[in-house]
Design a protein around this ligand. Structure first.
Ligand code: BES
Ligand code: MN
Ligand code: ZN
Length: 511
């Protein structure tokens, strides 16, 4: 395990077997029940014994006295009872005992992590829950995530507004037994924070060339091979989709290719990298247009997941193909009615310049297909229709039947909620164009998420196992914080992608 987590992205984490003397806050889990809440009994007996029976009884009594119920993600903070050498105790609800799973632990640790603002050192017993170490690490790390790159010192320098500095996870034997799982989930949390950072960086500062430069630096630091196609290379290569979408902007498009050579099996990842989507000449309304800074979230997740695969040394080859462009209206922008030639030769009539994601993805999918991958996954904030169909927290998963179902299942196991959606064959005819091979939108708005996927399907090579994730809503949180997710970039679907790559890595073992 060469993985070293990047501490600049979140709090420091460590595994310990005692409560350090200078600990500020002890975070414990509280389980709801008919006879009132109880302090979570831990799988790891050693950790359970850290709270002496009388301390535990006093804690439980005090928590009940102040009205704690143990409801999922409820927070109750009380002074430490005598006999417990910390300044205060933060009890976080876990809900009913029979419903506690990895995602619940992650969410509860997340709300605790958010509540620990201004705290120096916290220690937690959540890591003693069954399977709790990884989710606890991830929940605290991501809950404490903040994006302050554009806040001046005076705004964010106050110590009481800083995220928790360090969280110690109580375990039975911190020396060996849990290290591997702990590092694994920490690397994933770090990758999620990386994806969030990309998404949260405003479009003034993250435009295609800059995005490519940052992706290259990140990937090279992890030992990946990197290739960046600039506008000239894109023109020479015939990437008509990326060029068509990018030509309205003074900031030229890019296509980034990252290769992690980990083994014989090959997975292609493709991510939509629209650094800002105004809609182009088919311009969007002003209200909420600023949220279109998130239109490169697919690209961010794909880059972060590819780097994670390398850091985790997964025995699979992962090749990311990431098209980046800014969709702007201008005298040089493409027009509704223009016809462009995608990479590979298919022609597309651009009826709506706001359906730009599919145009850059089509080029990238064809290019990715040339590497002969067994699996191809594309990720995109592709349609508003995704949110109409599934809401803001459920990614739509489409593609070839078996792989689509596998990806959706793994996404749910990972706590990212992917849901399988169909590709009804009758919708294909609605993409027929009178002048080109294909139109980029249908003449009606029904099944908009599916119609976009059906467009992409035209470019997926025969015989490849394909999954398309539409994360328009889930990748970017415009509402209040919840669980381990704050406002802005969420990092979805990094965890799904890493889980799928791991599942592919291990599939031979199961056969
Ligand atoms: N980037 C948008 C999709 C989107 C909408 C993402 C809201 C996140 C939040 C995409 O490029 C787009 O504009 N899609 C159009 C497609 C339509 C023109 C067929 C849409 O959904 O309205
Ligand atoms: Mn658009
Ligand atoms: Zn878009």
């Amino acid at each position: 395990m060469t993985a070293v987590a990047d501490r600049s992205l979140g709090p420091d984490l460590d595994l310990v077997d005692t409560i350090s003397a200078d600990t500020d806050v002890l975070v414990i889990g509280l389980v709801s029940g008919d006879d009132g809440p109880t302090i979570a009994t831990l799988e790891d007996e050693f950790v359970d014994n850290i709270l002496a029976p009388e301390v535990r009884a006093a804690l439980q009594e005090q928590l009940r006295a102040v009205g704690a119920k143990g409801k999922a993600e409820e927070l109750t903070r009380i002074p430490a009872p005598t006999g417990l050498d910390v300044k205060s105790v933060l009890a976080v609800g876990l809900g009913a005992a029979d419903k506690i799973d990895a995602e619940q632990i992650r969410r509860s640790a997340g709300v605790a992590g958010r509540a620990l603002t201004g705290v120096g050192l916290a220690v937690t017993t959540l890591s003693g829950l069954e399977g709790g170490i990884g989710p606890t690490a991830e929940g605290f790390f991501l809950g404490a995530y903040t994006f302050t790159a554009f806040k001046s010192e005076s705004a964010d320098g106050k110590p009481d507004e800083q995220p928790v500095h360090k969280v110690e996870l109580l375990v039975g034997d911190p020396s060996v037994s849990y290290r591997k799982g702990f590092n694994h989930d920490w690397v994933i949390a770090e990758s999620i924070a990386t994806a969030r950072d990309f998404v949260n960086t405003p479009p003034s500062h993250l435009y295609p060339a800059e995005f490519a430069t940052r992706a290259k630096a990140l990937a090279e630091a992890a030992g990946l091979q990197v290739e960046v196609l600039d506008e000239q290379a894109l023109a020479d290569g015939g990437y008509g989709g990326v060029l068509g979408v990018g030509k309205g902007s003074s900031r030229q498009p890019r296509l980034v290719r990252l290769t992690y050579n980990g083994g014989a099996k090959k997975v292609a990842l493709i991510g939509k990298g629209i650094t800002f989507d105004t809609g182009g000449i088919s311009i969007k309304p002003a209200a909420n247009m600023e949220n279109m800074t998130s239109d490169m979230a697919g690209a961010a997740a794909v880059i972060a997941a590819t780097v994670a695969a390398a850091k985790l040394e997964l025995p699979v080859t992962v090749i990311a193909t990431v098209p980046m462009a800014e969709n702007m209206p201008s005298a040089t922008a493409q027009r509704p009615g223009d016809v462009l030639t995608q990479y590979g030769g298919k022609t597309v009539e651009v009826l709506n310049t706001d359906a730009e994601g599919r145009l850059i993805l089509a080029d990238a999918i064809v290019r990715a297909g040339e590497d002969d991958p067994e699996y191809l996954i594309d990720v995109a904030t592709l349609t508003g229709a995704q949110m109409v169909a599934l809401g803001t927290r459920t990614p739509g998963v489409m593609g070839t039947d078996d792989f689509r179902d596998r990806v959706a299942r793994l996404s749910r196991l990972a706590g990212e909620n992917g849901w399988a959606m169909p590709l009804p064959t009758e919708l294909r005819a609605d993409l027929n164009s009178k002048v080109a091979d294909l139109a980029n939108v249908a003449s009606h708005r029904w099944g908009g998420m599916l119609s976009a996927a059906i467009f992409l399907k035209e470019f997926v090579p025969e015989g490849v196992q394909w999954a398309h994730l539409d994360v328009a809503g889930p990748a970017y949180n415009t509402g209040g914080p919840f669980g381990y997710i704050g406002k802005g970039g969420t990092g979805v679907p990094v965890r799904t992608l890493v889980s799928v790559i791991e599942d592919i890595a291990h599939e031979d073992a199961a056969e």
